[in-house]
Ligand binder design. Sequence first.
Ligand SMILES: [Zn+2]
Length: 125
Amino acid sequence: MNNHDLACDQVQQTVVLFIDHELPSDDQYQLFEFHFQECEPCLELLNTERAAISFMQNLLRNTCNEVAPEALNARIQATINSLAATSTVEFFSQTTITEFTFDGTTSIEITQEFTQEIRHEFPQE
Ligand SMILES: [Zn+2]
């Protein structure tokens, strides 16, 4: 079998599959590569298609990078609110008084610690 037998129209119809690595077999990749080495119009088409695809991907990516839609923001806020509503918040304070005498002088040290604990129970599956 001659590897150079792939027809131009075949190549042109499936060039996108080649770019996306969706050709069914390795042999076909070889056929395409041989063809591109020898056929300038098809190689040009390959480059054009590649450029178009990466242009589209960039376009999509840039579009997705824009501000999150209002609905998504609302959903995130609602989730935060419902988490807050079902959480328990407890405050603990602990006071420590230490008295010590050194060289005839008595010092009292008062330490107060505050701890805030937020507890949330996630429903089990
Ligand atoms: Zn060709």
